[in-house]
Write a protein that binds this ligand. Structure first.
Ligand code: NAD
Length: 377
């Protein structure tokens, strides 16, 4: 086989390789240890690095880890801290360009766990028009982060891959079956962004097979929620459409412009399910170096997505369609068979439920911006 497979990983897991046990500088008594969803208990003082901590998922992960009781979290992002989507009290926030190897090395010194969410990315409007940025910038970040983490002796490394790594020829119909992990190969990923993710996955897989660093890889399917990009060109469909419906309600627009014919279908995962899935994946030894779907199986069309937003906001809008705009693949869904088996878990927040706090937050942002106040997008 010309790429790393589950058989290669299982061979390594059974080869006498042992996971590293954590050594935090301050040993604690048993009752202070943090229980993972599995057998392991963690010292709350271990250094945890979150790269891309100023972004949507990274910012939410920092909050999740802090809420779980971890005390030594370091977050880093290329954006100045005042532009971060959210910051969490008691966390060290650093402004660093992780395309620079020296910055990555300095960041991960002494880290036990490294979560890498940093990437140059956005919704379809961004990734179809910034292929070079997606390929080159994110590849530099991923090379640096995985190599520096290994050199620094980190025990676990998490990489955020994407459903865009899947073979696009399997996503040409509205009613496609959910994508199974094996459907990434033979490879025909999304141009630019998707190929970069697929190659970065392989770096994480070989890093385990050849060098023995425990890596964990999630293929996220469209994540949404408060504290994310909602305007400016990098936003994804749920936030973009919520903003457009709100603009009509606020009397600033007459109609909602939908990219494509509105029939394209996707699944969307609420941010709280995402952070829970990442934490589980990271602490499950059986998922080492194995790319796993972290996504919802609830598939809806863009038109249905607008119906739900209309219900939440309480307005019916006129819809216009622009089929010349980037719209991505025709249909994409997650198949969670393997995730259920390995993690004993799957996302549980419905789109209608998760969009309520999301719309509320975007409306607040929208009104703040109109009033001349500072916002995140
Ligand atoms: P985001 O854009 O909100 O966060 C990424 C962060 O990385 C940003 O804050 C950005 O400033 C930072 N960054 C970019 N270049 C950097 C550099 N050179 N050095 C340091 N930081 C840098 O995106 P997100 O939605 O939070 O996504 C996080 C990860 O999950 C990404 O790898 C993304 O590809 C992946 N992913 C997200 C989704 C989704 O729906 N949000 C879906 C699939 C995969």
């Amino acid at each position: 086989m010309s790429y790393a497979t589950r058989e290669d990983i299982e061979r390594k897991l059974k080869s006498g390789w042992e996971p590293e046990y954590f050594n935090a500088p301050n040993p604690v008594v048993e009752k202070e240890l943090i229980q993972t969803p599995y057998k392991e208990k963690l010292n709350p003082n271990i250094k945890i690095v979150v790269a891309g901590g100023g972004g949507f998922i990274g910012g939410a992960m920092v909050r999740y880890l802090k809420d779980r009781g971890f005390k030594n979290i370091v977050a880093a992002d290329i954006k100045p801290v005042y532009e971060w989507y959210q910051t969490t009290e008691g966390v060290a926030n650093l402004c660093l360009d992780l395309r620079d190897h020296k910055n990555a090395m300095a960041l991960v010194q002494g880290a036990v766990e490294v979560y890498n969410f940093a990437a140059d990315m956005g919704g379809m409007g961004f990734i179809e028009t910034h292929r070079v940025d997606c390929l080159i910038n994110s590849s530099k970040i991923n090379d640096n982060m995985v190599e520096a983490s290994w050199k620094a002796g980190a025990s676990r490394y998490f990489f955020s891959s994407s459903a865009c790594a899947y073979n696009t020829t399997l996503q040409q119909k509205h009613d496609v079956p959910g994508l199974k992990e094996r459907d990434a190969y033979p490879a025909d990923a999304e141009r630019g962004y998707g190929w970069e993710k697929l190659i970065a996955e392989q770096k994480c897989q070989e890093m385990f097979i050849e060098k023995g660093m425990e890596t964990h890889i999630a293929r996220f399917h469209n994540v949404y929620g408060p504290h994310g990009t909602w305007d400016g060109g990098r936003e994804k469909a749920p936030a973009a459409l919520a903003r457009k419906v709100i603009a009509v309600q606020e009397g600033d627009e007459d109609f909602v412009l939908i990219w494509g014919d509105g029939k394209q279908r996707r699944s969307f995962m609420y941010i709280d399910d995402c952070t829970e899935g990442v934490f589980r994946l990271m602490h499950n030894l059986n998922t080492t170096a194995t790319p796993l779907n972290i996504g919802s199986e609830e598939m809806i069309s863009v038109n249905e997505l607008v119906d739900i937003i209309e219900d939440i906001i309480g307005i019916k809008v006129e819809r216009k369609y622009d089929t010349s705009k980037p719209k991505g693949v025709v249909g994409r869904n997650s198949d969670n068979t393997i995730v259920r088996k390995f993690l004993d878990w799957e996302p549980r927040i419905s789109f209608a439920e998760g969009m309520k706090p999301t719309c509320e937050w975007i409306k607040e942002q929208y009104r703040n911006r109109k009033a001349g106040k500072r916002t995140v997008s």
